[in-house]
Design a protein around this ligand. Structure first.
Ligand SMILES: [Fe+2]
Length: 408
């Protein structure tokens, strides 16, 4: 059993970090039967061989009944999540092919069968595997994260709010500076709308430039959507990128309902022709976009989504106001007719690095909101709120000045 002081119980609200100092107050006994001593692995700057967490846990695919919790360790380990409403009295592991996932460093553990609209607490625990011989597996040190909280979605919610960032381009300090603009605006998720990176090099880049800044601010308690831009498709690690996030049906394009909004996420792919010399013959984004257009047509016809008040599209490359390169034109050709036919309410994009609110005009009957970036003075934070009365966005640039609003 694990006991939290009253201070701890009351200190954590979703979206607020920073009670590591309270860790010394926790009575540290394994919550689910383990009696091994547990050390708190909060030190991030220890030596290379020390067993520690390489990223704090981060939430993905949070729904009414489930959430995926991802985290990395520095050495191979057997890892699990301890969780519960009032105490950490349940344990989850990742299962596959009769195995409990083990002897790995990147963990993705799903908590299932949760109650809707309910607050849970959790921590992640890892036990190092120091020897893995046939018939002789030896464990080493056991480490545990601090306790975090999250709240499952409410299927009856009449409102939703979120934050949208785009085009950070390997500038991890931008997360803190832009999210600091948010002040007290509550948010249920953060949409990372593409080009968080310049190109994908390795795992350490994902940790240092995305996971560390995001978990430091919100991601251990509030989920984010990693929407791919045209730069996440580049570099030698681009084909490993998906392992660090979770997606419905394991596709970069998906849709979901939250509040009164049917959210649609499209992966707009590369910005130039597939045959462009920069891509060295190893991309085929034309067929990928075509596949998404077929999916989107079916998705927008589903009865389940017909009754939601708004349809909002998140896509990195906007179908207009982004020049006439191939990616933009192909998105326009494939997706724009569907947006018109199914009366999309708003498209939110990035890519151009020039922020702007583009109201309906002769070309498109829906507003297109484009966030800026990545240099100081051009970076933006978009706040979105939707309820039965309105759908509205507020776009601030990094000075804190509002540079665009739109209300439906
Ligand atoms: Fe960009």
């Amino acid at each position: 059993m694990m006991y939290l002081s009253d201070n701890m119980r009351n200190a954590k609200k979703p979206g607020r970090r920073g009670f590591i100092g309270d860790l010394s107050k926790i009575t540290l006994v394994g919550a689910v039967g383990s009696s091994l001593p547990v050390s708190q692995a909060v030190a991030q700057d220890a030596g290379p061989t020390e067993f520690k967490f390489r990223s704090a846990p981060y939430l993905q695919s949070l729904t009414e009944q489930a959430v995926n919790i991802l985290f990395l360790t520095s050495q191979n380990a057997y890892s699990w999540v301890e969780y519960g409403e009032k105490q950490l009295n349940q344990k989850a592991v990742a299962l596959a092919d009769g195995f409990v996932q083990a002897n790995n460093q990147l963990n993705s553990i799903q908590l299932k069968g949760l109650k809707p609209s309910t607050e849970y607490q959790y921590r992640v625990v890892s036990r190092q595997i120091v020897k893995f011989d046939p018939y002789d597996l030896q464990y080493g040190e056991e480490i545990a994260s601090q306790v975090y909280r999250f709240k499952t979605r409410n299927p009856e919610a009449s409102s939703v709010s979120c934050l949208i960032l785009n085009d950070i381009h390997d500038r991890p300090h931008s997360f803190e500076q832009l999210l600091a603009l948010n002040k007290e605006f509550p948010y249920e998720f953060v949409a990372l709308n593409g080009d968080m990176f310049d190109y994908q090099t390795d795992e350490q880049q994902i940790i240092d430039h995305l996971l560390k800044p995001c978990t430091h601010i919100f991601a251990s308690e509030i989920p984010f959507l990693m929407i791919r831009g045209n730069h996440e498709t580049r570099g030698k690690f681009a084909r490993d990128f998906k392992n660090y996030f979770t997606y419905e049906d394991n596709e970069y394009f998906f849709s979901f309902k939250q509040g009164p909004v049917h959210w649609i996420v499209i992966d707009t792919g590369e910005d130039k022709e597939d045959g462009h010399p920069e891509y060295s013959d190893i991309v085929d984004f034309d067929s990928f976009r075509e596949k998404q257009a077929e999916w989107l047509e079916k998705e927008l016809q589903k009865k389940t989504f017909k009754y939601y008040k708004y349809k909002v599209v998140l896509m990195h490359i906007p179908p207009f106001h982004a020049g006439e390169w191939h990616g933009t034109k192909h998105c326009r050709q494939l997706f724009h007719p569907l947006f018109e036919k199914h009366k999309i309410d708003m498209v939110i994009s990035g890519h151009t690095h020039r922020y702007g609110v583009h109201p309906p005009d002769k070309d498109h009957s829906y507003p297109i909101i484009i966030g800026g970036g990545p240099k100081e003075g051009n970076r933006t934070l978009i706040q979105l709120q939707a309820n039965r009365q309105h759908l509205k966005i507020n776009m601030m640039k990094d000075s804190g000045e509002t540079v665009g609003t739109y209300r439906i």
